[in-house]
Design a protein around this ligand. Structure first.
Ligand code: ADP
Ligand code: MG
Length: 680
C-alpha cells in the first residue's frame, strides 16, 4: 500500500543504482510506478505457427525442429553471426543470429523450439533474423513486451515485476467496488497480474480496458471537479451595454459573425450563472475583438477581466492592441508575464487587488499565487488547447464565479470537446473580415529553393516582410536532413539573405529575448524572421506577406494552416511556400490539400481522414496530459463511460472524502500536480 507506493525500485532484488537510472528514464521511480509500467504488447507462444503457414512481415511465433547450426562467422566491425536451419513438414526456416555465441551453443539439434520474430522471404525460403528462441515446452505462454529502452530488456523488467506479485494485493483500488462491478472491470490485483502476465489474450484485453478506464476516470474527475464548481456558482448579473462607442472607435467595422458572437456572449453575461462559452474561429477571423468587447462590457459593469494566452509574445501583442482600444474609454490594461520585473509585478498586483486595473493580460504567470482580483468578472483564454489540464483546472478554481470565454482556432469533434472542455456553449466565427486577399500556397522541392529565395528577396526589396519556419531548433534533436534554426539563420544572413536584416526566434530563447525579437519584427526592424513553430500561435504582423516552411512534411496540416495564418493579415497579396523533399505519395497528397483548401475546418477534416485520429490529435494539440494507456481517439466510448461515472461520483462525494474514494482522490491529486506541461 502506501509503503509500496513510496518504495524505490532499488528495493527490488537485482536493481542497483544503474538499473534504477534506466528505470528513471522511463518515468519509473517507485515499485508502484513499475507495476503501472505496462507492456506494449505480448509475445504469444501459446499457438505457434507451422513454418509454411506463418504470416510474413509481422512478428509471430513459429515452432520447428532445429536441424543445423553453422559455426561462428566473423563479419566486419567485430560482429559475429550464426546461421541456423529449422523445419517441420510444411517447410524450412533459415535463421540468422548475431553476436549470441552462448545462446547458439546451448541450442540442441533435433530438438523443437519456438522462434519468435518477423518472417521475410518467399514461401519456399522463409527467413527470420535475430529471433527470440524459447523451448517448445514453456510454462509461460504469453510473455510481456515492454516499451524499448536501452539497458532494460523486457525479460529484465518482467523479472522485476514478478518479484512484486506478493505485494499486489495490498494496493488500494482507485475504482470503487460498486463502479467496478457496474462497468464489469476486473479488480486491481487481478488486472495487474493479467496485464503483465496474462493467461490468455482475453484476460490481457480485459485488464487493459480496466486501466484505460482507471486513467480516464482520474482525468474526468480532475476536469469535472473544477467544472462542477463553476456551474454551481451564482453570480450577480451584468447590465447589457451599448457597444456603439467601442465599435465606432475601431479602424474597421465588425463582421456580422463578430457582432453575433459578441451579442450572444454579452447576453450570457447578463445571466446569473457563469458563462461557459467557446468561440471557434479560423485563424484571422477576428476572435480578439470578441474578447475585447466582453472585457469592455465587464469594465462598464465595474468588473475586472483577464485574458490568458500561452506565450509571452502573444500576451504582449494582445496587451498592445487591447490597451490601445480601451484607453479612450478610461479603461486600464496591464500585462503580466514571467519576465515582468519584481517591483513592477508588485505594483501591478497591488493595483489589481485594489480594483484599479480593468483588464489584465498575461501568460500562465496569471495563475501564480498572489494574483488576486478585487472583483473578477470575466476570464478569457486564447488558444486554449495549448494549456494543460492542471493550468486549466487551476484557472477555473481561482475564478469559480467568473464568466469564462474560451477562444480556439483548432476545431475539435464534439465528442472530444465534451471531454476536454465539458458542456461549453459553442459560437462559431465563420466569416473572415472583408478585403482579405486569398493566400497563394506553393509546394516545391529543395531544387527550387534558390528560386523561392529570390522571390523572398524581391518582396523584401519592395518593403514587405517574411517568415521562414523550420521544424527544430537544436542539434541532437535532429533527424539527418534537418538543420538547427540557429545555424540556418546564420547561413541565410551570410548567404542568400546577405544584406537583409534577419532575426531568429525559437522556443529555447529567454522570454525577454523572444519578446524583443518579435517587437523588432513587428516594427519592421527585422525583415526576415527565421523561426520554429513558436510563431504558430496567434501572432499578428500585417506587413509580413511570405511564409516559407522548410521540411513541411514534418508538420500536421492544422499546424501548417496555423502557420500560414501568420500572413495574409494585411491588404497585400500573400504567399505560403511549402518546401519538402519527401517523395512519399501520402505525404504529398496531404500537402496538396494545403494548396487547394483555405478553410481550417475543412483542412482539419482532411487531416483526420488521411492521417487517422491517433495522429491528428497529437497529444499536445489539446493540452491533455500524456495518457499512458488510454488513447483519446480510440477510447472515446470508454471515456464517455468514465466521464459519466465521474460526474455521478462527484455528485455524491464532491471532495472525494469517503474512505472508498481515497485511492482515487490520491490519483487525481497526483495528476493535477504532475502535469507540468508547458507550451513551447
Ligand atoms: P484571430 O485571433 O481570430 O486569428 P485576430 O483577432 O488576431 O484574429 O484578427 C486578425 C486581424 O484582423 C487583426 O489584424 C485584426 O485587427 C483584423 N480584424 C479583426 N476584425 C476585423 C474586421 N471586422 N475587419 C477588418 N479587420 C479585422
Ligand atoms: Mg488570435
Amino acid at each position: 500500500m502506501a509503503g509500496l507506493t513510496q518504495k524505490s525500485v532499488q528495493y527490488l532484488k537485482g536493481v542497483g543504482e544503474k538499473r534504477a537510472g534506466f528505470y528513471r528514464k522511463l518515468g519509473v521511480e517507485t515499485t508502484l510506478d513499475l507495476l503501472y509500467h505496462f507492456p506494449r504488447g505480448y509475445i504469444d507462444l501459446s499457438a505457434p505457427y507451422r513454418v509454411g503457414e506463418a504470416p510474413v512481415f509481422e512478428p509471430c511465433a513459429v515452432r520447428a525442429v532445429l536441424n543445423y547450426k553453422s559455426g561462428e562467422q566473423r563479419i566486419r566491425g567485430g560482429l559475429s553471426i550464426f546461421r541456423l536451419l529449422a523445419s517441420d513438414h510444411t517447410g524450412e526456416l533459415e535463421l540468422t543470429i548475431f553476436n549470441a555465441k552462448y545462446t547458439v551453443e546451448r541450442l540442441e539439434l533435433d530438438t523443437e523450439y519456438i522462434f519468435y520474430g518477423k518472417l521475410t522471404g518467399s514461401l519456399l525460403r522463409r527467413e527470420m533474423s535475430s529471433p527470440d528462441i524459447y523451448p517448445a515446452v514453456t510454462s509461460t505462454r504469453i510473455l510481456p513486451v515492454y516499451p524499448q529502452t536501452a539497458g532494460l530488456s523486457s525479460r529484465a523488467i518482467a523479472a522485476n515485476v514478478s518479484q512484486m506479485s506478493q505485494d499486489i494485493a495490498e494496493i488500494p483500488d482507485a475504482i470503487p467496488p460498486a463502479m467496478r462491478e457496474e462497468e464489469d472491470l476486473p479488480e486491481l490485483a487481478v488486472a495487474l497480474r493479467d496485464i503483465h502476465f496474462p493467461p490468455d489474450q482475453d484476460s490481457a484485453n480485459a485488464a487493459r480496458r480496466r486501466f484505460i478506464f482507471e486513467e480516464l476516470l482520474t482525468l474526468s474527475c480532475a476536469l469535472e471537479t473544477s467544472r462542477m464548481a463553476h456551474r454551481k456558482a451564482k453570480i450577480q448579473p451584468m447590465e447589457p451595454v451599448d457597444f456603439t462607442a467601442l465599435f465606432s472607435s475601431l479602424p474597421f467595422s465588425p463582421t456580422g459573425a463578430q457582432l453575433s458572437c459578441i451579442a450572444t456572449a454579452g447576453a450570457d453575461m447578463t445571466g446569473d450563472v457563469p458563462m461557459n462559452r467557446i468561440i471557434q474561429g479560423d485563424v484571422g477571423s477576428g476572435k480578439t475583438l470578441v474578447a475585447l468587447a466582453c472585457a469592455y462590457m465587464a469594465a462598464k459593469n465595474s468588473r475586472q477581466s483577464t485574458v490568458m494566452v500561452p506565450t509571452a509574445i502573444l500576451a504582449e501583442q494582445h496587451y498592445t492592441t487591447m490597451s490601445k482600444m480601451l484607453a479612450p474609454f478610461g479603461m486600464r490594461v496591464e500585462l503580466l508575464t514571467g519576465s515582468v520585473q519584481a517591483a513592477r509585478r508588485r505594483k501591478i498586483l497591488a493595483e489589481l487587488k485594489a480594483g484599479e486595473i480593468d483588464l489584465l493580460v498575461g501568460t500562465h504567470a496569471l495563475l501564480s499565487d498572489g494574483v488576486e482580483f478585487a472583483r473578477l468578472g470575466l476570464v478569457v483564454t486564447d488558444e486554449q488547447h495549448r494549456f494543460g489540464v492542471a493550468q486549466r483546472a487551476k484557472l477555473s478554481q481561482k475564478n469559480e464565479s467568473a464568466h469564462l470565454l474560451v477562444m480556439s482556432a483548432t476545431p475539435i469533434p464534439r465528442t472530444l470537446s465534451l471531454i476536454i472542455y465539458g458542456d461549453l456553449s459553442l459560437s462559431v466565427l465563420d466569416e473572415k473580415p472583408p478585403g482579405r486577399q486569398p493566400i497563394e500556397t506553393l509546394l516545391i522541392d529543395g531544387g527550387k529553393r534558390a528560386r523561392a529565395m529570390g522571390f523572398v528577396r524581391q518582396n523584401l526589396d519592395e518593403g514587405r516582410q517574411a517568415y521562414i519556419v523550420c521544424p527544430l531548433i537544436e542539434a541532437g534533436e535532429l533527424a539527418d536532413n534537418l538543420r538547427p534554426a540557429t545555424e540556418y539563420a546564420a547561413d541565410l544572413s551570410d548567404g542568400e539573405l546577405r544584406g537583409y536584416r534577419v532575426g531568429l526566434l525559437h522556443g529555447k530563447m529567454k522570454a525577454k529575448d523572444k519578446e524583443d525579437t518579435m517587437r523588432r519584427f513587428k516594427a519592421g526592424e527585422i525583415q526576415v524572421l527565421v523561426s520554429t513553430t513558436v510563431v504558430e500561435v496567434g501572432v499578428d504582423v500585417p506587413g509580413a506577406t511570405i511564409i516559407m516552411i522548410e521540411n513541411a512534411e514534418r508538420f500536421g496540416l492544422s499546424q501548417l494552416h496555423q502557420l500560414r495564418g501568420r500572413v495574409g493579415r494585411g491588404t497585400d497579396k500573400s504567399w505560403c511556400i511549402l518546401v519538402t523533399d519527401s517523395k512519399d505519395p501520402v505525404t504529398l497528397r496531404r500537402l496538396e490539400v494545403m494548396k487547394a483548401e483555405s478553410d481550417g475546418f475543412k483542412i482539419a477534416e482532411e487531416d483526420l481522414s488521411i492521417r487517422g485520429p491517433g495522429d491528428f490529435f497529437g497529444r499536445r494539440q489539446h493540452g491533455l496530459p500524456t495518457l499512458k494507456v488510454a488513447d483519446l481517439a480510440d477510447d472515446i466510448s470508454i471515456m464517455q463511460r468514465a466521464q459519466a461515472q465521474a460526474k455521478a461520483l462527484l455528485t455524491r462525494d464532491f471532495a472525494l472524502a469517503l474512505p472508498e474514494h481515497q485511492a482515487l482522490a490520491e490519483r487525481v491529486g497526483n495528476l493535477l500536480h504532475s502535469v507540468g506541461e508547458r507550451p513551447n
